[in-house]
Write a protein that binds this ligand. Sequence first.
Ligand SMILES: [Zn+2]
Length: 469
Amino acid sequence: MKTLIHGGDLVAYDQGRFVGARYDGVLDARVDATGKLVIPGLVNIHCHPTTEAGGRLVADVGRRDFFQTGFLNYTATPKGVPSLDARADKTLGARFALTELLRFGCTTAVPIGPSADELLPIADALGLRMYVSPAFKSADYCVGDDGRLAYDWNEPAGLAGLERAKAFIAKYAGAQNGRVQGMLFPYQIDTCSPALLKATRKAADELRVGVEIHAGQNLLEFHEMLRRHGRTPVEHLADTGLLGPDLIIGHCLISTSHSLAAVPGGRDLALLANSGTSVAHCPLVFARRGNALESFQRYRERGINLGLGTDTYPRDLISEMRWASLVGKIVERDFLVATSADVFTAATLGGARALRRDDLGRLAPGAKADIVVVDLRKLRIGPYRDPIKALVQCATGDDVERVIVDGRTVVENGQVLGVDERQLLADAQREAERLWSTVPEWHWQKWTADELSPQSFSSLDRDLGRQSS
Ligand SMILES: [Zn+2]
Protein backbone atom coordinates (compact mmCIF):
# COMPACT_ATOMS: atom_id res chain seq x y z
CA MET A 1 0.00 0.00 0.00
CA LYS A 2 1.35 3.45 -0.93
CA THR A 3 0.12 6.57 0.87
CA LEU A 4 1.25 10.06 -0.10
CA ILE A 5 1.47 12.57 2.74
CA HIS A 6 1.73 15.99 1.12
CA GLY A 7 1.73 19.65 2.00
CA GLY A 8 3.51 19.55 5.37
CA ASP A 9 7.00 20.16 6.74
CA LEU A 10 8.73 16.85 6.21
CA VAL A 11 11.71 15.83 8.31
CA ALA A 12 13.35 13.34 5.97
CA TYR A 13 16.78 11.77 6.42
CA ASP A 14 19.60 11.59 3.91
CA GLN A 15 23.10 10.66 5.06
CA GLY A 16 22.71 12.40 8.38
CA ARG A 17 20.89 15.47 7.04
CA PHE A 18 17.28 16.58 7.19
CA VAL A 19 15.88 17.01 3.67
CA GLY A 20 12.61 17.38 1.84
CA ALA A 21 11.35 14.63 -0.46
CA ARG A 22 9.08 14.06 -3.45
CA TYR A 23 7.25 11.02 -4.71
CA ASP A 24 5.74 10.72 -8.20
CA GLY A 25 4.68 7.07 -8.32
CA VAL A 26 1.34 5.24 -8.06
CA LEU A 27 -0.77 5.88 -4.94
CA ASP A 28 -3.43 4.11 -2.88
CA ALA A 29 -4.16 6.97 -0.51
CA ARG A 30 -3.39 10.62 -0.01
CA VAL A 31 -3.09 12.51 3.29
CA ASP A 32 -3.18 16.30 3.37
CA ALA A 33 -0.62 17.50 5.92
CA THR A 34 -0.76 21.23 5.14
CA GLY A 35 0.37 23.18 8.23
CA LYS A 36 1.54 19.98 9.82
CA LEU A 37 4.86 18.43 10.67
CA VAL A 38 5.69 14.99 9.35
CA ILE A 39 8.33 13.25 11.45
CA PRO A 40 9.64 9.72 11.84
CA GLY A 41 7.90 7.61 14.49
CA LEU A 42 9.47 8.27 17.88
CA VAL A 43 11.54 5.54 19.54
CA ASN A 44 10.99 5.09 23.29
CA ILE A 45 13.81 2.90 24.61
CA HIS A 46 12.73 2.77 28.25
CA CYS A 47 9.22 2.50 29.64
CA HIS A 48 7.18 0.26 31.91
CA PRO A 49 3.80 -1.10 30.77
CA THR A 50 1.62 -0.40 33.82
CA THR A 51 -0.95 2.20 34.85
CA GLU A 52 1.83 3.60 37.09
CA ALA A 53 -0.31 3.64 40.20
CA GLY A 54 2.84 3.52 42.33
CA GLY A 55 4.73 6.23 40.51
CA ARG A 56 1.77 8.59 40.62
CA LEU A 57 1.42 8.01 44.36
CA VAL A 58 4.92 9.19 45.28
CA ALA A 59 4.90 12.52 43.44
CA ASP A 60 6.05 15.13 46.00
CA VAL A 61 6.47 12.55 48.79
CA GLY A 62 8.66 9.63 49.77
CA ARG A 63 11.16 8.31 52.25
CA ARG A 64 14.06 10.63 53.01
CA ASP A 65 16.50 7.72 53.40
CA PHE A 66 15.81 6.66 49.81
CA PHE A 67 17.34 9.99 48.80
CA GLN A 68 15.86 11.02 45.45
CA THR A 69 14.50 7.63 44.48
CA GLY A 70 10.80 7.32 43.78
CA PHE A 71 10.22 3.68 42.85
CA LEU A 72 11.67 2.10 46.00
CA ASN A 73 8.84 3.71 47.97
CA TYR A 74 6.30 1.41 46.33
CA THR A 75 8.56 -1.47 45.25
CA ALA A 76 10.23 -2.40 48.54
CA THR A 77 7.79 -4.28 50.78
CA PRO A 78 8.23 -6.70 53.71
CA LYS A 79 9.29 -10.18 52.60
CA GLY A 80 6.34 -12.13 51.28
CA VAL A 81 4.16 -9.02 50.78
CA PRO A 82 3.61 -8.37 47.06
CA SER A 83 4.47 -4.87 45.87
CA LEU A 84 1.95 -2.53 44.28
CA ASP A 85 3.23 -3.46 40.82
CA ALA A 86 3.02 -7.17 41.61
CA ARG A 87 -0.66 -6.77 42.51
CA ALA A 88 -1.49 -4.72 39.41
CA ASP A 89 -3.64 -5.96 36.52
CA LYS A 90 -1.00 -6.67 33.88
CA THR A 91 -3.40 -6.74 30.93
CA LEU A 92 -4.95 -3.40 31.78
CA GLY A 93 -1.50 -1.91 32.40
CA ALA A 94 -0.30 -3.12 29.02
CA ARG A 95 -3.41 -1.81 27.25
CA PHE A 96 -3.11 1.57 28.96
CA ALA A 97 0.61 1.95 28.30
CA LEU A 98 0.61 0.90 24.65
CA THR A 99 -2.39 3.11 23.88
CA GLU A 100 -0.64 6.07 25.47
CA LEU A 101 2.60 5.40 23.60
CA LEU A 102 0.90 5.34 20.21
CA ARG A 103 -1.40 8.27 20.96
CA PHE A 104 1.64 10.46 21.64
CA GLY A 105 3.61 9.50 18.54
CA CYS A 106 5.78 6.65 19.70
CA THR A 107 5.95 3.84 17.13
CA THR A 108 8.72 1.72 18.66
CA ALA A 109 8.89 0.99 22.38
CA VAL A 110 10.96 -1.02 24.83
CA PRO A 111 8.43 -1.91 27.55
CA ILE A 112 10.25 -3.41 30.55
CA GLY A 113 8.52 -5.61 33.10
CA PRO A 114 7.07 -9.04 33.78
CA SER A 115 4.07 -8.66 31.44
CA ALA A 116 5.51 -9.70 28.07
CA ASP A 117 2.75 -12.27 27.48
CA GLU A 118 0.04 -9.69 28.14
CA LEU A 119 1.71 -7.20 25.78
CA LEU A 120 1.77 -9.43 22.71
CA PRO A 121 -1.94 -9.51 21.74
CA ILE A 122 -2.37 -5.82 22.59
CA ALA A 123 0.59 -4.76 20.46
CA ASP A 124 -0.81 -6.91 17.67
CA ALA A 125 -4.24 -5.30 17.88
CA LEU A 126 -2.94 -1.72 18.19
CA GLY A 127 0.04 -2.07 15.82
CA LEU A 128 2.95 -0.93 18.01
CA ARG A 129 6.50 -2.07 17.27
CA MET A 130 8.30 -3.34 20.40
CA TYR A 131 11.32 -5.06 21.91
CA VAL A 132 10.09 -7.38 24.62
CA SER A 133 10.51 -10.42 26.86
CA PRO A 134 9.78 -10.96 30.57
CA ALA A 135 12.27 -9.16 32.84
CA PHE A 136 14.11 -11.20 35.48
CA LYS A 137 16.21 -10.70 38.63
CA SER A 138 17.91 -12.63 41.43
CA ALA A 139 16.56 -10.49 44.26
CA ASP A 140 13.53 -8.44 45.26
CA TYR A 141 13.87 -5.15 47.07
CA CYS A 142 12.36 -5.51 50.53
CA VAL A 143 12.20 -3.78 53.86
CA GLY A 144 13.11 -5.59 57.05
CA ASP A 145 11.25 -5.39 60.37
CA ASP A 146 13.43 -2.39 61.20
CA GLY A 147 12.12 -0.68 58.05
CA ARG A 148 15.53 -0.66 56.37
CA LEU A 149 15.96 -1.41 52.68
CA ALA A 150 17.29 -4.90 52.01
CA TYR A 151 17.50 -7.53 49.26
CA ASP A 152 15.60 -10.83 49.29
CA TRP A 153 17.86 -13.09 47.20
CA ASN A 154 16.70 -16.06 45.16
CA GLU A 155 19.43 -17.05 42.71
CA PRO A 156 17.51 -19.96 41.11
CA ALA A 157 14.54 -17.66 40.43
CA GLY A 158 16.80 -15.26 38.53
CA LEU A 159 18.32 -17.98 36.36
CA ALA A 160 14.87 -19.50 35.75
CA GLY A 161 13.65 -16.03 34.72
CA LEU A 162 16.46 -15.80 32.17
CA GLU A 163 15.45 -19.20 30.76
CA ARG A 164 11.84 -17.98 30.49
CA ALA A 165 13.00 -14.89 28.63
CA LYS A 166 15.13 -16.99 26.26
CA ALA A 167 12.19 -19.28 25.50
CA PHE A 168 9.92 -16.26 24.95
CA ILE A 169 12.36 -14.73 22.48
CA ALA A 170 12.87 -18.02 20.65
CA LYS A 171 9.10 -18.25 20.24
CA TYR A 172 8.08 -14.67 19.45
CA ALA A 173 11.04 -12.74 17.99
CA GLY A 174 10.04 -11.67 14.50
CA ALA A 175 6.31 -12.11 15.14
CA GLN A 176 3.70 -9.65 13.94
CA ASN A 177 5.48 -8.96 10.65
CA GLY A 178 8.77 -8.41 12.51
CA ARG A 179 7.31 -5.72 14.75
CA VAL A 180 7.97 -7.88 17.81
CA GLN A 181 11.66 -8.37 18.56
CA GLY A 182 13.46 -9.85 21.51
CA MET A 183 15.62 -8.18 24.12
CA LEU A 184 16.84 -9.40 27.52
CA PHE A 185 16.00 -7.46 30.66
CA PRO A 186 18.01 -8.23 33.79
CA TYR A 187 15.96 -5.82 35.92
CA GLN A 188 18.40 -3.79 38.00
CA ILE A 189 22.13 -4.06 38.48
CA ASP A 190 21.78 -4.38 42.27
CA THR A 191 19.07 -7.09 42.07
CA CYS A 192 20.98 -9.31 39.62
CA SER A 193 23.85 -11.51 40.78
CA PRO A 194 27.16 -11.43 38.87
CA ALA A 195 26.39 -15.00 37.73
CA LEU A 196 23.04 -13.89 36.29
CA LEU A 197 24.63 -10.94 34.50
CA LYS A 198 27.29 -13.21 32.96
CA ALA A 199 24.63 -15.71 31.90
CA THR A 200 22.68 -12.83 30.34
CA ARG A 201 25.69 -11.82 28.27
CA LYS A 202 26.09 -15.40 27.05
CA ALA A 203 22.38 -15.65 26.16
CA ALA A 204 22.41 -12.29 24.36
CA ASP A 205 25.36 -13.40 22.23
CA GLU A 206 23.70 -16.72 21.43
CA LEU A 207 20.31 -15.22 20.60
CA ARG A 208 21.84 -12.12 18.95
CA VAL A 209 19.58 -9.82 20.91
CA GLY A 210 20.22 -6.65 22.89
CA VAL A 211 20.10 -6.20 26.66
CA GLU A 212 18.66 -3.41 28.76
CA ILE A 213 19.28 -3.00 32.49
CA HIS A 214 18.64 -0.30 35.09
CA ALA A 215 21.98 0.91 36.43
CA GLY A 216 23.16 4.14 37.99
CA GLN A 217 19.53 4.98 38.70
CA ASN A 218 19.96 6.12 42.28
CA LEU A 219 22.53 6.94 44.90
CA LEU A 220 21.76 3.91 47.12
CA GLU A 221 22.33 1.50 44.24
CA PHE A 222 25.53 3.26 43.16
CA HIS A 223 27.05 2.98 46.63
CA GLU A 224 25.64 -0.54 47.14
CA MET A 225 27.68 -1.65 44.12
CA LEU A 226 30.75 0.10 45.48
CA ARG A 227 30.27 -1.61 48.84
CA ARG A 228 29.62 -5.04 47.33
CA HIS A 229 32.25 -5.10 44.60
CA GLY A 230 34.41 -2.01 45.01
CA ARG A 231 33.19 -1.03 41.55
CA THR A 232 30.77 1.50 40.14
CA PRO A 233 27.66 0.13 38.38
CA VAL A 234 29.28 0.86 34.99
CA GLU A 235 32.54 -0.84 36.04
CA HIS A 236 30.54 -3.83 37.27
CA LEU A 237 28.80 -4.04 33.90
CA ALA A 238 32.24 -4.03 32.28
CA ASP A 239 33.47 -6.77 34.67
CA THR A 240 30.50 -9.02 33.92
CA GLY A 241 30.91 -8.54 30.16
CA LEU A 242 27.65 -6.71 29.59
CA LEU A 243 28.93 -3.40 28.24
CA GLY A 244 28.79 -3.18 24.47
CA PRO A 245 26.89 -1.73 21.52
CA ASP A 246 24.01 -4.13 22.23
CA LEU A 247 23.55 -2.85 25.80
CA ILE A 248 21.19 -0.06 26.81
CA ILE A 249 21.58 1.25 30.36
CA GLY A 250 18.36 2.58 31.80
CA HIS A 251 19.19 6.03 33.21
CA CYS A 252 22.92 5.78 34.11
CA LEU A 253 22.30 9.01 35.97
CA ILE A 254 24.54 8.38 38.97
CA SER A 255 27.86 7.70 37.28
CA THR A 256 31.29 9.03 38.15
CA SER A 257 30.23 12.05 36.09
CA HIS A 258 27.54 12.96 38.65
CA SER A 259 28.31 15.46 41.40
CA LEU A 260 26.61 13.27 44.05
CA ALA A 261 28.72 10.19 43.26
CA ALA A 262 31.77 11.54 45.09
CA VAL A 263 34.06 8.94 43.54
CA PRO A 264 37.55 10.17 42.61
CA GLY A 265 39.25 9.27 39.35
CA GLY A 266 36.04 8.33 37.60
CA ARG A 267 36.14 6.57 34.26
CA ASP A 268 32.49 5.61 33.75
CA LEU A 269 31.92 7.83 30.72
CA ALA A 270 35.08 6.54 29.05
CA LEU A 271 33.92 2.94 29.61
CA LEU A 272 30.51 3.73 28.12
CA ALA A 273 31.96 5.56 25.13
CA ASN A 274 34.67 3.00 24.36
CA SER A 275 32.25 0.09 24.54
CA GLY A 276 29.57 1.75 22.39
CA THR A 277 26.96 1.31 25.14
CA SER A 278 23.77 3.37 24.84
CA VAL A 279 21.99 5.24 27.62
CA ALA A 280 18.20 5.50 27.92
CA HIS A 281 17.73 9.05 29.12
CA CYS A 282 14.46 9.70 30.99
CA PRO A 283 14.73 13.25 32.32
CA LEU A 284 11.19 13.83 33.61
CA VAL A 285 10.97 11.04 36.17
CA PHE A 286 14.24 12.25 37.71
CA ALA A 287 13.29 15.93 37.53
CA ARG A 288 10.26 14.98 39.65
CA ARG A 289 12.70 13.70 42.30
CA GLY A 290 14.93 16.76 41.99
CA ASN A 291 17.73 15.04 40.11
CA ALA A 292 19.27 15.15 36.63
CA LEU A 293 21.77 13.54 34.31
CA GLU A 294 25.11 15.37 34.44
CA SER A 295 24.78 15.92 31.67
CA PHE A 296 23.12 15.37 28.30
CA GLN A 297 25.88 17.45 26.70
CA ARG A 298 28.72 15.78 28.60
CA TYR A 299 27.60 12.27 27.61
CA ARG A 300 27.07 13.41 24.04
CA GLU A 301 30.49 15.08 23.80
CA ARG A 302 32.10 11.86 24.99
CA GLY A 303 30.43 10.08 22.08
CA ILE A 304 27.94 8.12 24.21
CA ASN A 305 24.75 7.32 22.31
CA LEU A 306 21.68 8.73 24.03
CA GLY A 307 18.13 7.63 23.32
CA LEU A 308 15.03 8.84 25.15
CA GLY A 309 12.53 7.02 27.31
CA THR A 310 9.57 8.00 29.43
CA ASP A 311 10.10 5.47 32.25
CA THR A 312 6.88 5.95 34.24
CA TYR A 313 4.35 8.64 33.32
CA PRO A 314 3.23 10.28 31.19
CA ARG A 315 4.45 8.32 28.18
CA ASP A 316 4.74 11.44 26.05
CA LEU A 317 8.07 11.48 24.26
CA ILE A 318 7.36 14.91 22.75
CA SER A 319 7.18 16.46 26.22
CA GLU A 320 10.13 14.31 27.27
CA MET A 321 12.20 15.97 24.53
CA ARG A 322 11.43 19.34 26.09
CA TRP A 323 12.46 18.07 29.53
CA ALA A 324 15.71 16.71 28.05
CA SER A 325 16.44 20.06 26.46
CA LEU A 326 15.54 22.29 29.40
CA VAL A 327 17.07 20.15 32.16
CA GLY A 328 20.16 19.68 29.96
CA LYS A 329 20.57 23.46 29.69
CA ILE A 330 19.96 24.03 33.42
CA VAL A 331 22.54 21.45 34.48
CA GLU A 332 25.23 23.00 32.27
CA ARG A 333 24.00 26.58 32.79
CA ASP A 334 24.33 26.93 29.03
CA PHE A 335 21.57 27.64 26.52
CA LEU A 336 23.76 26.43 23.63
CA VAL A 337 23.58 22.78 24.72
CA ALA A 338 20.85 20.12 24.61
CA THR A 339 19.30 21.90 21.64
CA SER A 340 15.95 21.05 20.09
CA ALA A 341 17.78 19.29 17.26
CA ASP A 342 19.91 17.30 19.74
CA VAL A 343 16.96 15.97 21.72
CA PHE A 344 14.93 15.29 18.57
CA THR A 345 17.87 13.25 17.30
CA ALA A 346 17.97 11.33 20.60
CA ALA A 347 14.23 10.55 20.35
CA THR A 348 14.62 9.21 16.80
CA LEU A 349 18.08 8.27 15.54
CA GLY A 350 19.54 7.79 19.04
CA GLY A 351 16.87 5.27 19.96
CA ALA A 352 17.23 3.52 16.62
CA ARG A 353 20.99 3.25 17.09
CA ALA A 354 20.50 1.84 20.59
CA LEU A 355 18.32 -0.86 19.01
CA ARG A 356 20.90 -1.26 16.22
CA ARG A 357 18.31 -0.43 13.59
CA ASP A 358 19.11 1.75 10.60
CA ASP A 359 15.55 1.43 9.32
CA LEU A 360 13.89 3.17 12.28
CA GLY A 361 13.85 6.75 13.56
CA ARG A 362 14.15 8.25 10.08
CA LEU A 363 12.11 8.90 6.97
CA ALA A 364 14.25 7.56 4.17
CA PRO A 365 14.12 5.07 1.31
CA GLY A 366 14.38 1.57 2.81
CA ALA A 367 13.28 2.70 6.28
CA LYS A 368 10.12 1.34 7.89
CA ALA A 369 6.94 3.31 7.22
CA ASP A 370 6.72 4.56 10.84
CA ILE A 371 5.40 8.09 10.45
CA VAL A 372 3.89 10.69 12.77
CA VAL A 373 1.94 13.77 11.68
CA VAL A 374 1.84 16.58 14.26
CA ASP A 375 -0.59 19.49 13.99
CA LEU A 376 1.42 22.66 14.65
CA ARG A 377 -1.46 25.05 13.93
CA LYS A 378 -2.19 25.46 17.62
CA LEU A 379 -2.43 28.53 19.82
CA ARG A 380 0.13 27.09 22.25
CA ILE A 381 2.62 26.60 19.44
CA GLY A 382 2.09 29.96 17.76
CA PRO A 383 4.16 31.20 14.85
CA TYR A 384 7.27 29.21 14.07
CA ARG A 385 10.34 29.40 11.84
CA ASP A 386 11.89 26.07 12.72
CA PRO A 387 9.32 23.27 13.08
CA ILE A 388 11.66 21.12 15.22
CA LYS A 389 12.10 23.97 17.70
CA ALA A 390 8.32 24.47 17.69
CA LEU A 391 7.81 20.76 18.32
CA VAL A 392 10.34 20.52 21.16
CA GLN A 393 9.67 23.85 22.88
CA CYS A 394 5.88 24.08 22.54
CA ALA A 395 4.16 20.86 21.46
CA THR A 396 2.90 17.92 23.50
CA GLY A 397 1.77 14.45 22.55
CA ASP A 398 -1.78 15.79 22.34
CA ASP A 399 -0.78 17.55 19.12
CA VAL A 400 -0.12 14.23 17.38
CA GLU A 401 -2.83 13.79 14.79
CA ARG A 402 -1.88 10.70 12.83
CA VAL A 403 0.44 7.77 13.47
CA ILE A 404 1.45 5.15 10.95
CA VAL A 405 3.37 2.03 12.00
CA ASP A 406 4.70 -0.39 9.42
CA GLY A 407 2.52 1.31 6.81
CA ARG A 408 -0.68 0.89 8.84
CA THR A 409 -2.56 3.90 10.21
CA VAL A 410 -3.01 3.28 13.95
CA VAL A 411 -3.91 6.80 15.12
CA GLU A 412 -6.26 9.02 13.14
CA ASN A 413 -7.57 12.45 14.20
CA GLY A 414 -5.78 11.96 17.52
CA GLN A 415 -7.64 8.73 18.29
CA VAL A 416 -5.96 5.36 18.73
CA LEU A 417 -7.97 3.13 16.41
CA GLY A 418 -9.77 0.32 18.17
CA VAL A 419 -9.59 1.92 21.63
CA ASP A 420 -12.40 3.57 23.61
CA GLU A 421 -10.22 6.13 25.40
CA ARG A 422 -12.90 7.15 27.95
CA GLN A 423 -13.53 3.56 28.92
CA LEU A 424 -9.80 2.86 29.18
CA LEU A 425 -9.33 5.86 31.45
CA ALA A 426 -12.23 4.81 33.66
CA ASP A 427 -10.79 1.30 33.93
CA ALA A 428 -7.33 2.68 34.79
CA GLN A 429 -8.77 4.99 37.46
CA ARG A 430 -10.69 2.15 39.08
CA GLU A 431 -7.62 -0.09 39.00
CA ALA A 432 -5.34 2.57 40.49
CA GLU A 433 -7.81 3.33 43.29
CA ARG A 434 -8.04 -0.38 44.05
CA LEU A 435 -4.23 -0.57 44.30
CA TRP A 436 -3.92 2.60 46.39
CA SER A 437 -6.49 1.26 48.86
CA THR A 438 -4.28 -1.76 49.49
CA VAL A 439 -1.15 0.12 50.52
CA PRO A 440 -0.69 -0.63 54.24
CA GLU A 441 -0.61 2.14 56.80
CA TRP A 442 2.97 1.47 57.90
CA HIS A 443 4.04 2.30 54.35
CA TRP A 444 2.60 5.81 54.45
CA GLN A 445 4.13 6.50 57.82
CA LYS A 446 7.64 6.09 56.44
CA TRP A 447 7.04 8.88 53.99
CA THR A 448 7.83 12.45 54.82
CA ALA A 449 4.73 14.08 56.15
CA ASP A 450 5.84 17.66 56.45
CA GLU A 451 5.49 18.40 52.72
CA LEU A 452 1.86 17.36 52.81
CA SER A 453 -0.43 20.28 52.92
CA PRO A 454 -3.80 19.95 54.67
CA GLN A 455 -5.18 21.85 51.67
CA SER A 456 -4.08 19.07 49.34
CA PHE A 457 -6.41 18.62 46.43
CA SER A 458 -6.87 14.91 46.45
CA SER A 459 -8.64 12.93 49.11
CA LEU A 460 -5.72 10.55 49.00
CA ASP A 461 -3.31 13.28 50.10
CA ARG A 462 -5.69 14.26 52.91
CA ASP A 463 -5.69 10.65 53.91
CA LEU A 464 -1.90 10.63 53.91
CA GLY A 465 -1.85 13.73 56.08
CA ARG A 466 -4.27 12.18 58.56
CA GLN A 467 -2.33 8.96 58.85
CA SER A 468 0.97 10.67 59.45
CA SER A 469 -0.24 13.28 61.95
ZN1 LIG B 1 12.79 2.08 34.49
